[in-house]
Design a protein around this ligand. Structure first.
Ligand code: C5P
Length: 230
């Protein structure tokens, strides 16, 4: 069954604790991104783990294999459950991330790859020397990542069905940009409802503002969880 991950796009550990306490047993999985991690460091991961919650540490690692390997080792030591790398870091870097995760044994984090940032368009790809169409680039990067040890990819709602077909049944497909039916879409351009994303093959949905900014975050999380099962 697909899992809901709440993006902790908040400014401080104090706000994070408040939100986790408010959501209580409605949410078991939280995403910590670069902004919060840069502000609060590994202590914010420890704070979330102290509630016995799963952590998706979304740092989108892209460096030489040895450095990525060590960063994954550090993440695993913190007890994180999911970590992101960039597939454009290449084969050796992807393998190094996976090897470091596996070395953590029972607490091995799963490794997710970013294929192409959704902030890039075709002309940005041309600028960096990628001459394939965006769709082909996403497919190629997903295959590169998963055939070198990544457990899955981050993918937009519009890519889910195709990437499920291409990567097969075992891949994790983690999908942001999800909005409950009728919700404010904010700055997300390509949105899908939770039910649609799960039917298309998402294993995890990442939701931020529709829960964080709701008048009643707990009710909003419950409604999204219900939509995911529908
Ligand atoms: O508030 P919202 O539900 O849009 O938050 C979605 C989360 O997923 C944010 O943490 C955002 O950075 C992340 N994300 C995204 N779109 C991508 C990649 C990541 O919204 N293409």
């Amino acid at each position: 069954m697909a899992e809901l991950i709440v993006a902790l796009d908040l400014a401080s550990t104090a706000e994070v604790k408040k939100m986790i306490e408010l959501l209580g047993n409605t949410v078991d999985f939280y995403k910590i991104g670069l902004e919060l991690f840069s502000a609060e460091g590994p202590d914010v991961v420890r704070a979330v783990k102290a509630y016995n919650k799963k952590v998706f540490l979304d740092l989108k690692l892209h460096d030489i294999p040895r450095t990525v390997e060590r960063a994954v080792t550090s993440g695993a030591a913190l007890g994180v459950d999911l970590m992101t790398i960039h597939s454009v870091g290449g084969r050796a870097m992807i393998k190094a991330a996976k090897d470091a995760a596996l070395a953590a044994g029972a607490h091995a984090p799963k490794i997710l790859a970013v294929t192409a940032l959704t902030s890039l368009d075709q002309s940005d790809l041309t600028d960096i020397g990628v001459l394939r169409e965006m769709k082909a680039q996403v497919e190629a990067m997903g295959l590169l990542a998963c055939s070198n040890g990544a457990d899955g990819i981050v993918c937009s709602p519009k890519e889910v069905a195709n990437m499920r077909r291409i990567l097969g049944p075992a891949a994790l497909l983690v999908t942001p940009g999800v909005r409950p039916a009728g919700a404010d879409v904010g700055d997300q351009k390509r949105v899908a409802t939770p039910g649609q994303a799960v039917r298309d093959g998402s294993t995890h949905l990442v939701v931020g503002r529709p829960i964080l900014e709701a008048a009643d975050p707990r009710a909003a999380a419950l409604a999204i969880a219900a939509e995911m099962k529908a």
